[in-house]
Design a protein around this ligand. Sequence first.
Ligand code: ZN
Ligand code: ZN
Length: 214
Amino acid sequence: MANSHKACKHCKKSIRVESMTVRQFGNFCSVAHSEDWVITNRERLAKKGRKIRKQISAHELRELNRNTISWQESQTQKAFNAMRKNEELLWFKERGLTPTCISCGKAKGGDVWACGHLKTQGSNSRLRFDRANTYIQHNKRCNSDLSGDIYGTSTTHGYLAGLKLRFGEEEGQRIIDYCDSNNSPIKRTCEELEEMRKEFNRVNREVLKQLENS
Ligand SMILES: [Zn+2]
Ligand SMILES: [Zn+2]
C-alpha cells in the first residue's frame, strides 16, 4: 500500500511504512528509536515485572532479552562451559587417561562434570570465557558444595595444587600467575557476546565429532 502511514512505537510520530525500521517487537521511525524503546521497556520490565511482561509476547520478550548484557552473558557462558567440558574430555582421551576433577583428582563417580572456574565468573569478567581459567570439576561435590575447592580440604588437594599435579609445577604456576594477573574488568557488547557464542558452539561441534570418532 503506497502512502500508508504508521505510528512509531516509541515516539508515536506518523511515518510512511516503507521508510520505517521494522523490528520483531514493532515498527519505528528510526534505528535509534527502536533501541530507545528497548531500553525504556527494559527499565519498565524490571520495575513493574509481571504486569508489563503480560503486555508483550514471549517472542518480544526474547527480543528484549537479546539486547541485555546479562542475558547474552549467561547464554554465552552456557555455550563456553559446554565447549570446555568436551574439550577437557578430549584432552584426557587423547592421552589415554580417565578424566579427573581438577580439585580432588578423582574420577566422575556418581556426580556430573561442571566447567570449574578458578576465578569465579562473577568476580572476574575477563576470565569467565578463558580456557586457562577453566577445567572439569565435580559439579556437586567440588564446584557447588565446596565452592570450587580452591585451597583443598583434609581429603582433597584443591584446585591450585590440582593444576600443578596435572600440568607440572612450572606450567601449573604459570596458569595460576596468568589468572592472578588478568583481573581488570572488561565490558563486552551484546554483539561481541553473540559472536563469541557462535564461535564456542562451532568449536564444540568439532570437538564432539572428534570425541565420537576417536
Ligand atoms: Zn520515533
Ligand atoms: Zn572433585
